[in-house]
Design a protein around this ligand. Structure first.
Ligand code: HAM
Length: 412
């Protein structure tokens, strides 16, 4: 027997109701971001593997374990994008966007790929909305972006969400801090998990992420980066916080906030839903002032975030679309011609209209009208009957003009 064909592990078919909710969310994103001057932008779904190795960071889980990498026919190594920021920076350099008025504000929406173990809220193909502001290190951009993500979550109906906020400072501060942390951890090596011990030299910060109780106990007394920031970074962070305070957005300072990407400098943040389980991060991001240069461009600060569409929708209640619907039933042979014309006229007025197109009996057609949630049904026989589906009232009109007027009236 042949194998039953199914969608690949960790992927999902977006079925009509969900697809409609996604479109609605995309419209909200376009509106929220558009009002703040962010322009829609798109990059390819696959890129040179090297872009992510250099951009996201060799030591990250994403690069070490989670990339869908393949060779093209010429033997080049390509990777399905696991995130958007590195590619947007690549495009910024490639198209000389540093010559445009700064900051360059962009947003994108589309599929991303990570080879993770699938679970509720975690997929191998998922959708992100991503916003980036390149070319200025002004702290108001950090605050603005955080507020825009808060607004998106709120308007999507996915709130309340907890905002965790921190600053990572500069690489120099961080290097000194990592050294201090490394020394602290090496002195307590016996209490740490094997995985943390293995990564100790490469990235001791990951220890804050560990689920292992022994490691967690050690981390409670570990030195904190937030207490080691250089004066300029501390001032930058204070300004970001002051703007968030002024806007009335609550946040928790969390110096253990570890993001899974290596490019961050200064501000980092994450929104967590109170409604989701283990995969609660709705979205997150931060500043990456060195990434563009790292990818071969001019020194260019940047800040941005990405949010997971599937998770936002999981956390928001289902809402019916509320669109008015009209159904046209065919009560005599040959009624289709008139029905077809009438449907086109009503659609032209912005009304959602469906015609009987499956050869049902009249009784079956009225049932179908109910099934699609029609507000009004037009029954085309020798005359035209207009049935208000909510009141059940039915009256006869003489011609299509009167039918259109009657539909307008029932929808009012
Ligand atoms: P990230 O935290 O890796 O950041 O991903 C952002 C969001 O994408 C997560 O909070 C989550 O909602 C969603 N997400 C990530 N992986 C999965 C998955 N396997 N299944 C479902 N949803 C997922 C970034 O990607 C950075 N590029 C954000 C950024 C932009 N930083 C600066 N600019």
């Amino acid at each position: 027997m042949s194998r039953k064909l199914q969608a690949p592990r960790g992927t999902l078919d977006v079925q009509p109701g969900d697809a409609r909710r996604r479109l609605r969310l995309q419209r909200i994103a376009a509106e929220v971001l558009g009002r703040a001057g962010y322009e829609p932008f798109e990059t390819p779904v696959f890129e040179d593997t090297e872009l992510f190795a250099r951009g996201v960071g060799e030591s990250t889980d994403i690069v070490q374990k989670e990339m869908f990498t393949f060779e093209d026919k010429a033997g080049r190594s390509l990777t399905l994008r696991p995130e958007a920021t590195a590619a947007i920076c690549r495009a910024y350099v490639e198209h000389g966007m540093h010559k445009l008025a700064q900051p360059v504000k962009l947003w994108t929406w589309g599929p991303f790929f990570r080879h993770e173990a699938p679970q509720a809220g975690r997929f191998r193909q998922f959708t992100q909305v991503d916003a980036e502001a390149l070319g200025s290190d002004d702290p108001s951009l950090d605050a603005e972006l955080i507020l825009l993500l808060a607004e998106l979550i709120e308007r999507a109906g996915a709130g309340p969400a907890r905002l965790r906020l921190a600053s990572l400072g500069t690489p120099e501060t961080r290097a000194a801090y990592v050294e201090e942390l490394g020394t602290y951890l090496r002195a307590r090596e016996g209490e740490l998990s094997g995985e943390v011990r293995e990564r100790l030299e490469q990235n001791p910060l990951r220890a804050f992420d560990a689920d292992h109780p022994g490691t967690q106990a050690v981390m409670r007394d570990a030195p904190r980066l937030l207490d080691r920031l250089a004066p300029e970074d501390a001032a930058h962070f204070a300004e970001v916080r002051a703007l968030l305070d002024q806007a009335g957005l609550a946040y928790e300072l969390d110096s253990t906030l570890v993001r899974g990407l290596d490019y961050y400098t200064r501000t980092v943040f994450e929104f967590e839903s109170e409604r989701l389980g283990a995969q609660a991060a709705l979205g997150g991001g931060g500043r990456y002032d060195l990434l563009v240069e790292e990818l071969g461009g001019p020194s260019t600060p940047g800040v941005g975030w990405a949010a997971g569409i599937e998770r936002i929708l999981l956390a928001s209640p289902d809402e019916p679309d509320g669109d008015a619907r009209v159904f046209i039933a065919l009560a005599k042979p040959g009624a289709m011609t008139a029905a077809f014309g009438l449907a086109r006229r009503l659609r032209g007025e912005g009304i959602r209209v469906e015609i009987e197109q499956a050869g049902r009996s009249l009784k079956g057609q009225l049932k179908q009208a109910d099934r699609i949630g029609a507000h009004t049904t037009l029954i085309l026989g020798d005359a035209i009957d207009v049935k208000d589906m909510r009141s059940g009232e039915q009256r006869q009109v003489a011609d299509p003009d009167e039918a259109v007027a009657a539909v307008r009236e029932t929808l009012r």
